[in-house]
Design a protein around this ligand. Structure first.
Ligand code: 5AD
Ligand code: SF4
Length: 416
């Protein structure tokens, strides 16, 4: 539409906020930023402020925007992203108070569709994200995603394969398949396909590249998945498998549909098929009703699995989810203390795991160059970073390296 990008908000004629609803922090941050740019309207009366993303799919948020942030010119949700140019064009044509008074600048659509041939600007030329499905049907009791993203729907495999092939032809070396729960890929499609079968197809191209995927729900992580990974040429030996908690009582309350024991069984099977597989996970600390004893089940699980790294969160109540109605007697202060305790345990696990890798030779992808130290920042198949001395023109190449040293969060190596 003729607009170009600017790094400077003060020069912008359009400011578009893409928002996240997963935790309260993200929402507060968005509101803080939106409040700040309001002032820019004083100096640039042609400025358009636009809000999109998951936050705007919630009625309570829309009410808040209407009462406190009425200066926003256009609000649209995840279900309308493919129509953004249309709505924006209409907003430009109608940039006056009448449109806002009529409420036409609040777009509310709920149809769960898939749009193909969606143009994408990718700002990295080695690593790409490729959505394979949208939405979620799991309704974990704490999670807002199913309400803001709608029901699970998968893209046809032909569309995914064709886009994947184009990425490879354009030189991409590390492609991450995206979905809220990639393991349920294919459900509802007419073709006979599931996630392991899709992986197998994407693994079949010539050349060096890595396939990653995110996120896998443990209840759908089948033996077939690990069998396919173990026999593949390109699929990363890494699985991000959010466990959330180690207490069976809390897992049930979370509606996660697995137990600590069944989770550990998946881990054991994966290790038996892929001995060098790396596990990472998401943990929620302080779910309503969680006791310190429940929390200790989580730290026990961490010690048993030995995750390489974790994303950790303190439980954040999300209005409209079942968990938000539960009694939550533990203070934020106490939950923070638990989280710190957990992080300390995890730090030691990561450190030991990295130490054990000294002496291994691994294939890594050189992703970027650090001029200060003349080092390449590389990534292992297991998604661990390795710093090696090397030349900038190695970026984009797969290198064989010997791990010579380890740090808390990464490894050191040399090219062999
Ligand atoms: N509070 C805290 N963490 C949450 N997550 C999802 N919903 C919440 C919530 N209400 C975390 C889960 C999930 C990750 C993407 O975000 O760990 O796996
Ligand atoms: Fe949320 Fe993931 Fe559970 Fe879906 S599977 S409801 S996205 S935590």
């Amino acid at each position: 539409m003729g607009f170009t990008l600017t790094d400077n908000q003060e020069n912008a004629d359009v400011i578009l906020f893409n928002t996240c609803a997963i935790r309260e922090n993200a929402e507060n941050k968005a509101f803080g930023n939106i409040g700040w740019v309001k002032n820019l309207k004083k100096t640039n009366e042609n400025l358009f402020i636009i809000l999109c993303g998951c936050m705007t799919e919630q009625n309570t948020i829309i009410d808040k925007i209407k009462s406190k942030y009425g200066f926003i010119d256009l609000v649209f949700g995840t279900h309308s992203i493919h129509k953004f140019p249309k709505y924006f064009y209409e907003t430009i044509l109608n940039k006056n108070e009448n449109q806002k008074k009529s409420g036409k600048n609040y777009i509310k659509e709920t149809e769960d569709i898939i749009t193909e041939d969606f143009p994408a600007v990718r700002n990295n030329n080695l690593k790409a994200f490729l959505p394979i499905m949208y939405g979620c049907n799991n309704f974990c009791s704490y999670c807002i995603v199913p309400y803001v993203r709608g029901r699970e729907r998968s893209r046809n495999s032909a569309e995914i394969i064709s886009e994947f092939k184009k990425l490879l032809e354009n030189g991409y070396k590390d492609i991450t398949l995206l979905g809220q729960n990639v393991n349920s890929y294919g459900k509802g499609l007419e073709e006979n396909i599931n996630f392991p079968k899709l992986l197998k197809k994407l693994d079949g191209f010539e050349g060096e590249y890595t396939i990653r995927f995110m996120t896998s729900h443990p209840k759908d992580a089948t033996n077939e998945l690990f069998d396919v990974i173990s026999k593949s040429n390109h699929i990363a030996h890494h699985i991000h498998l959010p466990v959330q908690c180690g207490s069976n009582k809390i897992l049930k309350e979370m509606n996660r549909k697995y137990t600590k024991e069944s989770y550990l069984k998946i881990i054991d099977y994966a290790k038996s098929k892929i001995p060098d597989i790396v596990f990472t996970s998401d943990i929620i600390v302080g779910f309503p009703g969680e006791t310190y004893e429940d929390f200790l089940e989580t730290t026990d699980l961490l010690k048993k699995v030995k995750f390489a790294s974790l994303f950790t969160f303190i439980y954040s109540p999300r209005e409209g989810t079942p968990a938000a109605k539960l009694l939550d007697p533990i203070s934020k202060h106490e939950k923070t203390a638990w989280l710190l305790e957990l992080l300390k345990i995890q730090e030691e696990i990561s450190e030991n795991l990295h130490k054990e890798m000294i002496g291994e030779s691994l294939k890594v992808l050189a992703e970027s160059f650090l001029p200060e130290t003349n080092e390449l920042l590389c990534r292992t198949s297991g998604n661990i970073l390795v710093e090696v001395k090397g030349k900038k023109d190695n970026i984009g190449k797969f290198l064989n390296v010997l791990i010579t040293n380890s740090k808390k969060e990464s490894l050191k190596g040399k090219i062999i």
